[in-house]
Design a protein around this ligand. Structure first.
Ligand code: GLN
Length: 202
């Protein structure tokens, strides 16, 4: 297994949702993973994960805990941030169906649609081809996930479903997945994020 040296410090936003699985997976990879609940928890952090959950709830709590502005500042400073599912919605510059007043970090040049898979396919699993992770398919769990329906010129599409729906994107140090790699047992997406963190670590 790849080990990272010096150990990257990854803050996982722990206000609501699926943060523990991310922390466990990062620790298994040798990263120093910490739960982030207050602005001071972001002081010495090399990368940040915004987990899945409910983007409306996480957004409101981000404001209540004074994390919203700090996170936006970290993004401006170039700190790598990975949003999974609800986290991807929070990163997006635009959503076509955000709830009125839903707070977003509005940083990645993409437009997403919340809960876009409809009731039949709200939650499903599928094997994705993700060339950036190598040849073996990545088994992806979608849990009421969003779809990315527009990407800006600087955005790299990392994975699509067979019908072309965009489900993984990268824009420089920002990474977004519409599914939940932290529940798959496959650590390659976490390793990919740690490599992004290593590449910009100051
Ligand atoms: N449906 C949720 C939202 O809109 C996202 C679901 C998830 O993160 N698994 O925020």
């Amino acid at each position: 297994m790849e080990k990272y040296n010096p150990t990257p410090r990854i803050g996982v936003l722990a206000l609501q949702g699926d943060f523990e699985a991310h922390i466990k997976m990062l620790q298994g990879l040798g990263a120093d993973a910490q739960a982030v609940r207050l602005p001071k928890h972001l002081d010495e952090i090399d990368g940040i994960i915004l987990p899945g959950g409910e983007s409306t709830t996480i957004g409101k709590l981000m404001i209540a805990y004074d994390l919203h502005q700090v996170l936006q500042r970290k993004i401006r400073e170039g700190v790598p941030i990975w949003g999974t599912c609800a986290g991807l919605i929070l990163l997006a510059k635009e959503t076509d169906n955000a709830l009125a007043g839903q707070p977003l970090l509005a940083s990645m040049d993409i437009r997403v649609r919340r809960n876009a898979f409809g009731s039949q396919r709200e939650s499903f699993e599928t094997d994705l081809s993700v060339p950036a992770l190598g040849e073996a398919p990545f088994h992806a769990f979608f849990i009421r996930g969003p779809q990315v329906d527009q990407v800006g010129p600087e955005v790299e599409v990392l994975a699509t479903l067979d019908d072309g729906t965009i489900v993984a994107v990268r824009e420089g140090p920002l990474l977004g997945t519409a599914f939940h790699p932290e529940v798959s047992g496959d650590t390659r997406f976490h390793q990919y994020f740690l490599r992004i963190v290593q590449s910009v670590k100051r």
